[in-house]
Design a protein around this ligand. Structure first.
Ligand SMILES: O=C(O)c1cc(=O)[nH]c(=O)n1[C@@H]1O[C@H](COP(=O)(O)O)[C@@H](O)[C@H]1O
Length: 305
């Protein structure tokens, strides 16, 4: 079985893309014509939710799959619909896996180690159930929050080693308030630099055959200055870069995130892809998302090659 970092590298080469589509769909943003077509008055809201939320995202995945290496599912968008949403998430993860896409679970999870282990079991590891061990979600990677420190991260790192999975630790996030804590000075360094140093340490035991670590960092596209500093601390980690487009991150700044081989990045875009129909690219939502993802892939490639 390939390490996560090797899987990423192979997918990037095969598809000539570093693009990840963020599946962050809410029902109110699904086009009216789609809802009118599929809403069944004979069924209740929940049954309609489950069908429409699944079907819209499934079709988006079909439309964009040749332009992206994977999908990132943001848990909040599914959790807001209670366990009905989680059921849809589970089905969509399986669908993306059947298409050989890389699946990232974005829940920014963490807790004390015993609880962190439960999150890790669910999304990248396995859960003991009677006399069996079950891989419930079996995603390729997940996002984690480092605020609790090393003992909260270790259960995830151990599962990465054991199951060849990946982690993306929040190092410098894309939002304006990321400065509140992440830019505090500790021992003469920014706190995000300290976190990056830890990510480097945690990743030392999980390296793939290409020499990249399976423990990566989340660095917002809106943070090119921080990215330069983080890259020097993390020369062989993948950076997951969200925040391009709607949040103000620019494709031209991606060069600051690259490693010495001009690699080591994956770039997420959510709303600009899943709701591309709102930009009137095409009358059909699937074609709109296809065109948006293709344009995105190409503009990223010309900015980083
Ligand atoms: O971990 C993330 O994915 C993440 C970290 C971060 O710093 N900023 C950030 O926007 N994200 C996620 O990336 C996605 C960005 O969505 P768009 O702004 O619509 O492309 C959302 O799912 C966010 O939750």
């Amino acid at each position: 079985m390939l390490n996560f970092s090797d899987k990423l590298i192979e997918a990037i080469k095969k598809k000539d893309s570093v693009l990840i589509a963020g599946i962050d769909t809410t029902v109110e943003n699904i086009p009216d014509y789609f809802i009118r077509k599929y809403y069944d008055d004979e069924k209740n809201e929940i049954e309609n939710l489950k069908y429409i939320l699944y079907e819209y995202n499934r079709r988006i995945i079909d439309a964009i799959e040749e332009n992206v290496i994977g999908v990132k599912f943001q848990a909040a968008f599914f959790e807001q619909y209670s366990y009905y949403g989680i059921e849809v998430l589970h089905k969509l993860i399986q669908y993306a896996q059947s298409k050989k896409l890389i699946v990232i679970f974005d829940g920014k999870r963490n807790d004390i180690s015993s609880s962190a282990k439960g999150y890790s079991n669910a999304y990248i590891g396995e859960t003991a159930l009677f006399d069996k061990k079950i891989k419930f979600f079996d995603c390729d990677a997940m996002t984690v929050n480092p605020y609790l420190g090393e003992d909260g991260i270790k259960p995830f790192v151990e599962d990465c080693e054991r199951f060849k999975k990946g982690l993306f630790v929040l190092v410098k996030t894309s939002n304006p308030s990321s400065k509140d804590f992440q830019d505090l000075i500790v021992d003469g360094k920014y706190l995000f630099e300290k976190v990056a140093e830890k990510v480097h340490e945690w990743g030392a035991s999980c390296k793939g055959k290409h020499g990249y670590s399976d423990i990566g960092a989340v660095v917002g596209a809106t943070q090119p200055q921080a990215a330069k500093m983080i890259r020097s601390i993390l020369p062989d980690s993948f950076l997951l870069i969200p925040g391009i487009g709607v949040q103000g991150g620019k494709v031209e700044d991606l060069k600051y995130f690259l490693d010495k081989n001009k690699m080591g990045i994956i770039v997420n875009s959510s709303r600009d892809i899943i709701y591309a129909y709102k930009n009137h690219i095409h009358s059909d939502f699937e074609k709109s998302s296809f065109i948006a993802s293709k344009n995105f892939k190409e503009s990223i490639n010309s900015a980083i090659n």
